[in-house]
Design a binder for this molecule. Structure first.
Ligand code: PLP
Length: 395
């Protein structure tokens, strides 16, 4: 069995060989000390090394395991679902577990965002949302709206779409294909002179939203399909939106018929002390992308929550036609859906989302107490997210 296979196997040697090419990793650094990179089990907020040494999981997996590791109810849900319906053809067929999860997620979203399309990761969710935006405009006779506006320092995964709208330079520069041409980027909102060590939303910087008017002036609104941003930028080091910045972007998008997409892969499902950042900041986008915490990272799942206007626009044409020629073999996978239900049950029963809100000042105080440490240039926080790093020189 698996245990025997692992016993006979020298993990460190194989890592040193490079047979396993690790994702988003300095692989040659790993080879210098592979033993330091191996985790063999996890429980609660801790990982364990092969020697049984606990490592505090500061990052909650990759922002994806807020309920901790090895939650018995999640394990049970996974097991039961595997025994009942392990897979279900995703195209033209479905199952009640997945359908009900769509209903629950729509119920958590802001009103008017009532339709859920499932994918399996944040990257897939983003590419799905971008395709929905293009299709929406085309169906309305505005196929000239092909351009996507992202933001400097943004992270939207690594698919060609998400990479193109993303604004983290090392993730893009090697892959400049034609894909990258149909996009432009808003300025990022980070200005340490005005907002270093701010807690929550900086009260300076709303004027950065006017950068969207500049891009509209350059490209013309009739060529722009959507603006996609993380309401709080995560991967770049937690950049919190200035007060009224998101409202202003919403106003400008609405004025020009441009869709607004919130990429809530990190901020969704409680991280901001609300179901979604959209509710925290009281700004309603046309689509929300999600992933990560929806399954506590236990089984991959992502998706897009879509407005009724967009959904209804697709539900036209011949009745036998596939309205949106898009989907993944594992869209709405029943194992992921079952875990999603367990996660939402736990969040509801233990009021974990309001707990995240009440823990926010505690995290803020703790993280800002690091301000005087050597090498710390800035600290930012909101909800249960904080970034004690300054990556800015890279940009
Ligand atoms: N979008 C955002 C905002 C993210 O933070 C991430 C991952 O960190 C992604 C998309 C990509 O998600 P995945 O790695 O699941 O493809």
């Amino acid at each position: 069995g698996m245990a025997q296979l692992l016993n006979e196997f020298d993990c460190e040697r194989t890592l040193r060989n490079g047979t396993y090419w690790m994702p988003f990793t300095a692989n040659r650094r790993v080879k210098e000390d592979p033993a330091s990179r191996i985790i063999t089990s996890a429980k609660g907020a801790y990982y364990y090394t092969p020697e049984g040494k606990p490592l505090f999981d500061t990052l909650s997996g990759l922002w994806c395991t807020p309920l901790g590791h090895g939650h018995p109810r999640i394990v049970e849900a996974l097991k039961t679902q595997a025994e009942t319906l392990d897979y279900c053809t995703a195209f033209q067929m479905t199952n009640p577990v997945t359908v009900r999860l769509a209903e629950r997620i729509a119920g958590m979203a802001p009103s008017g965002l009532d339709h859920v399309f499932f994918a399996n990761s944040g990257s897939e969710a983003v590419d799905t949302a971008l395709k929905i935006a293009l299709g929406y405009h085309r169906l309305r006779g505005e196929g000239g709206r092909f351009r996507m506006i992202g933001r400097e320092r943004g992270y939207h995964g690594v698919g060609f779409g998400g990479m193109s709208v993303g604004g983290i330079v090392p993730n893009r520069k090697m892959f400049a294909t034609g894909m990258l041409n149909g996009v432009d980027h808003l300025r990022h909102t980070y200005n340490p002179a005005h907002m270093a060590f701010s807690k929550g939303q900086p009260d300076w910087g709303v004027e950065y939203a006017e950068d969207l008017e500049r891009l509209i002036g350059l490209h013309d609104a009739s060529t722009i399909a959507a603006v996609i941003i993380e309401p709080v930028q995560g991967s770049t080091g937690v950049l919190v939106p200035p007060v009224r910045y998101l409202q202003r972007l919403r106003e400008i998008c609405t004025k020009h018929g441009i869709l607004l997409i919130f990429d809530e892969v990190i901020t969704g499902f409680g991280r901001m002390g609300e179901n979604f950042a959209s509710q925290r900041f009281d700004v309603k986008p046309d689509m929300i992308t999600f992933a990560k915490a929806v399954t506590n990272g236990i089984v991959p799942m992502g998706g897009v929550i879509v407005s009724s206007d967009i959904y209804d626009t697709f539900m036209t044409g011949p009745k036998n036609a596939v309205e949106f020629a898009h989907g993944y073999t594992y869209s709405g996978h029943p194992l992921a859906a079952a875990v999603g239900h367990a996660v939402l049950d736990i969040m509801e029963e233990e009021s974990l989302i309001s707990r995240a809100r009440s823990l926010e000042p505690i995290l803020a105080e703790a993280i800002h107490s690091l301000a005087d440490l050597k090498g710390i240039k800035d600290i930012r926080n909101i909800g249960l997210g904080s970034g004690p790093i300054d990556f800015c020189r890279e940009f």
